[in-house]
Every structure is written in C-alpha cells, then in structure tokens.
Write a protein that binds this ligand. Structure first.
Ligand code: E4P
Length: 220
C-alpha cells in the first residue's frame, strides 16, 4: 500500500518526505484554504518536493469550467493530478481529460456504484472518504472493501485511494482491504511511527549500554 500525505502544509510535507515513505500528496480546497496562501504556488512548491502524484482540486461545477481549470493546473508540473468531484459534470470532464491523457483523481466517492462510474469515465484514481462515511453511521471500511472487490472482479486498473482517514486504526484496517493507496493526515502518520514498547526498548538499551561503560571504566 502506497502512502500519500493529505495536506497542503509545506513543512509537514517536507518532514514526512524526509522519512522516505511518501509516494504522493493529496490536497483539497479546505486544506489549501487552511494554509492561507495562493493555491497554485502551493501546488507548484509541493511538486518540487515530492516525486509522485500531487492532487489539485477544481472548484467549478460545470464540465467546461472543470476542463479550463484542469488544463491550467496540469501546466504547473507533470506530476499534477486533477481532482474532480463525482457528479455527472465531473464524470464528463473526467472522460474528456482521460482521452487527453490528463490523469484524474475522482473525489468524494462514497459507494461502489460511484466507484464503478469513476473507473468507466477513465479516472486514474478514485478517492473513497472513509471518515465521512463513518460520521453518518455507515461502515466506511466495509464499503471500501466492497469497492476493492468490485474492481478486482473486472480487473479495473483505477487506483483506489482510501481518504478521509482520521486515526491510526483506519490505516491498519484499510491496509487489510488490499487498497492501493492510503492518503493520511500528518498527525496520523506521526502516530503510526510511535509505539510505547519502542520508546521503552530504546530507554532500556541505553540504560544497559551506560551500565556497561560504567563497569568498564571502573575496571580500568
Ligand atoms: C482526500 O483526498 C481528502 O482531502 C481528505 O481525505 C478529506 O478528509 P476529511 O474527511 O477528514 O476532511
């Protein structure tokens, strides 16, 4: 499972990218607004840091507007992926872009049926929003797992992104579904690296090492 970071924060992207575990970045209008900077320059900076797909979202509702934005965004860098919401207009825009070989991440996908349409329209990625499904009392993981199965049934090559991940257990659960990619918030990635037994183990090793050094120096 590839790991993407779900943020538009440059410092966070730099830090996690330095771990060598990042395969891409997803952003959305909310995440970009949080940074309070001009959207395109943020996307440009991210493409210079991470060598992988960087999703930038359109905000138009109509196909023509989406296409116009998509063409402008795809000029920023080769690794910019156009994020388009799954609506009838979004599907039509995705079809047009995929025939121009511009890659689309179809976003706000909440059901198997929507995921099937995204694939037929030619989306390279489909983002399934787990946390938001859980928020309204649905079982996000089980819907994600059904989408993985449906794609496998037909050899669909659209990559599934588990999105709207809220906590470390989500990551473990999505990994067990066989999903291609998990896009994870900074705070959750940081938590993934932590374990109390790792900290305890390091303390113990250091303690024993110091004891040995003390013993050796008293024998001299
Ligand atoms: C994914 O592409 C979205 O940016 C993101 O995962 C949404 O997460 P949220 O539901 O926590 O806002």
């Amino acid at each position: 499972m590839k790991i993407f970071i779900d943020t538009a924060n440059i410092e966070h992207i730099r830090e996690i990218n330095s771990w060598g575990i990042l395969s891409g970045v997803t952003t959305n209008p909310t995440l970009c607004a949080r940074e309070g900077r001009e959207f395109r320059s943020v996307i440009k900076e991210i493409t210079e840091i991470v060598d992988g797909p960087i999703s930038a979202e359109v905000v138009s509702f109509d196909k023509e507007g989406m296409l116009k934005e998509a063409h402008e965004l795809s000029k920023i860098a080769e690794n910019v992926i156009i994020k388009i919401p799954i609506t009838p207009e979004g599907l039509a825009a995705t079809k047009a872009l995929s025939s121009e070989r511009i890659q689309v991440n179809m976003t706000l996908v909440f059901s198997v049926n929507q995921a099937l349409l995204a694939a037929r329209a030619g989306a390279s990625y489909a983002s399934i929003f787990l946390g938001r499904l859980d928020d309204i009392g649905h079982d996000g993981i089980s819907i994600l797992s059904d989408i993985v199965t449906a794609y496998e049934n037909y050899g669909i090559t659209t990559e599934i992104i588990a999105a709207s991940i809220r906590h470390p257990m989500h990551v473990t659960e999505v990994a067990l579904t066989g999903v291609d990619i998990a896009t994870i918030p900074y705070k959750v990635i940081k938590t993934m690296a932590k374990h109390p037994l790792t900290d305890k183990g390091i303390d113990r090793f250091l303690e024993d090492w110091n004891k040995l050094n003390k013993l050796i120096s008293t024998k001299k």
